[in-house]
Design a protein around this ligand. Structure first.
Ligand SMILES: [Zn+2]
Ligand SMILES: [Zn+2]
Ligand SMILES: [Zn+2]
Length: 146
């Protein structure tokens, strides 16, 4: 893990042109503490920290933070959207088919698109969405089982 320079969250928001509010700060903190959480996970964590916040308030804050590049939104097939604060490195994810567990996988290239399309059909390609699917250690069948 790279040690990231510690920038105060409120400065981070200002740097990205986001008005600082207690809700946005709490949402940002909740996502950094619960990477790959759903909006509901984030709402639970935020309520725990600052008390009442409407579901819509959480969605709005997440939307702004994603728009401004402070958070990344991923949505594996069949899963609700998940949010994380690790942005800008084009990392990928491995998702467990059984429990939905999600982990980060570094991108060998590090910048999007990290795969070349055989035929772009004239499109200007800016991203290749890569998700690895499988079963996590907890969901794999015990070795030697039938
Ligand atoms: Zn699993
Ligand atoms: Zn991730
Ligand atoms: Zn890649």
């Amino acid at each position: 893990m790279d040690a990231q320079p510690q920038i105060a969250p409120q400065d981070l928001l200002r740097e990205h042109g986001v008005q600082v509010t207690a809700q946005r700060l709490a949402v940002l903190r909740a996502v950094s503490q619960h990477p790959h959480g759903t909006a509901d996970d984030v709402a639970d964590a935020v309520r725990h920290e600052i008390g009442a916040i409407s579901r819509q308030g959480v969605y709005d804050a997440l939307g702004v933070l994603v728009d401004k590049g402070l958070l990344r939104r991923i949505q594996p097939a069949g899963s609700p959207a998940r949010f994380e604060h690790r942005v800008g490195d084009n990392h990928h994810h491995v998702v467990c088919r059984v429990c939905g567990g999600t982990d980060d996988v570094d991108c060998a290239v590090g910048a999007a698109p990290c795969l070349d399309a055989a035929d772009t059909h004239g499109y200007e390609i800016d991203e290749a969405e890569v998700i690895f699917w499988g079963r996590c250690p907890g969901c794999r069948e015990p070795a030697g089982g039938t």
